[in-house]
Design a protein around this ligand. Structure first.
Ligand code: GCO
Ligand code: MG
Length: 412
């Protein structure tokens, strides 16, 4: 079997998605997600100009060899654009291999280690009553674990709160929550870490009082604190027993997590912006985190994700694979197959895609009673309807950015 062609499909049903479709000479097809939110076209160019021409004629069964060839032969290693492009190839080749074997992909990864994959959804509100409504609505949809984000008094906008931008009416969004906005320039938001630190413990106190001690609750700090601020927040949230505190501080400086860890027993999750195992070396080896947050889509695919998670398993660190709406149904399916197979599964992020996205991508994975399952179709279980994709051309969209009250740019 040989790779006959590879096409890069860009579509924007509810938001932009980049998909690689590989076709073999005997007619098998495989899909890989290459979506990098707000920088989509950079990955399109990387794939079209520098990867697709190298794939033609290759044996699609040689997944590891192809991965190593793309990673090493470029000479320039790592980075989100490169690793998203390599991920798309890796996932598409796993899709083909599983279809050739006549098995759902998770079977090739070792088979099921559990019956289903616990997923968490995003509840948010500008204030407590709106947050409670959002939590109730998620519970009604079947979610059994919930990420909690709220507005902060004195701030116009806050990460994770759908209603802010939606209320401004300029988002073009048609579903739950997506921070990327269709516009020619990124939207500016405001930020004040001290106001946030003062407010957040009272939010979790109210949520625990209303919803009880059992419901797993998560929170995303979105890289906005210094290590000592993160340590303080982790400590102040301890009474509310969080499942995790995510991205409490930017972790390019991995050693900074030593300080956070010394001060709090709140579990820590990090890694959605990481793209190789090297970004985790100190974090894993020194057990400075509890959950690995990388996306299959941004970390070079299923092959390296499995290696990172196997490494993490030796240190009792579990998975918490990134799954916001900017991961396409193809990237989500890849994550759910991996989640089902690995032993050190923790939780899977899952935000439902919009109707137009589901029209473009037909999926076999299911969400029932709080649990995802990849389904039993051979391969990933996702098909892309090229005609439907063609109805939704690319639209420029950017993630927002933050300024402090004095105008300083801050981490978003
Ligand atoms: C999460 C994330 C996302 C990111 C988004 C950026 O935990 O789900 O923080 O919502 O903001 O993926 O593109
Ligand atoms: Mg996050």
């Amino acid at each position: 079997m040989k790779i006959d062609r590879a096409e890069v499909i860009v579509t924007s049903p509810d938001r932009n998605f980049v998909t690689l479709k590989i076709t073999t000479d005997d007619g098998l097809t495989g899909l890989g997600d290459a979506t990098l939110n707000g920088r989509e076209l950079a990955v399109v160019a990387y794939l079209t100009e520098h990867v697709v021409p190298l794939l033609i004629g290759k044996d699609p069964h040689r997944i590891e060899d192809t991965w190593q060839f793309l990673y090493r032969s470029a000479y320039w290693r790592r980075g989100p654009v490169t690793m998203a492009a390599i991920a798309a190839v890796d996932v598409a080749l796993w899709d083909i291999k599983a279809k050739a074997a006549g098995m759902p992909l998770y079977q090739l990864l070792g088979g099921a280690s559990r019956e289903g994959v616990l997923a968490y959804g995003h509840a948010s509100g500008k204030d407590i009553p709106e947050l409670f409504d959002s939590i109730r609505s998620h519970l009604d949809q079947g979610y059994r674990a919930i990420r909690v984000q709220t507005g902060v008094p004195g701030l116009k906008s806050i990460y994770g709160v759908a209603s802010n931008a939606a209320a401004e009416g300029n988002t073009g969004r048609r579903y739950d929550y997506d921070p990327a906005q269709r516009a020619d320039l990124p939207v500016e938001e405001d930020w004040d870490t001290r106001a946030y630190l003062r407010h957040l413990p009272s939010v979790f106190e109210a949520v625990r009082a209303e919803f009880g001690p059992e419901l797993p609750l998560l929170h995303d700090g979105h890289h906005r604190m210094t290590p000592i601020q993160a340590a303080k927040l982790g400590k102040s949230l301890e009474p509310y027993d969080l499942f995790w505190l995510e991205d409490c501080t930017p972790a390019e400086n991995q050693k900074a997590l030593r300080l956070v860890r010394q001060h709090t027993t709140t579990p820590l999750a990090i890694g959605e912006v990481f793209n190789t195992v090297w970004d985790y070396q100190t974090l894993i080896e020194e057990q400075l985190i509890d959950y690995v947050r990388s996306a299959v889509t941004h970390t070079g695919g299923i092959s390296p994700m499995k290696k990172i998670l196997d490494y993490a398993a030796q240190y009792q660190i579990r998975s918490g694979i990134h799954g916001p709406t900017d991961i396409s149904p193809v990237g989500m399916a890849a994550a759910v197959h991996l989640d089902l197979a690995i032993h050190n599964f923790g939780i899977q992020e899952y935000m439902k895609h919009g109707e137009m996205t589901n029209e473009v991508f037909q999926q076999s994975f299911t969400f029932n009673d709080g649990y995802l399952h990849p389904g039993e179709r051979p391969g990933l279980g996702v098909d892309l309807d090229v005609d439907a994709a063609g109805k939704y051309p690319y639209q420029t969209a950017y993630l927002p950015f933050n300024r402090l009250h004095d105008g300083t740019v801050h981490d978003w």
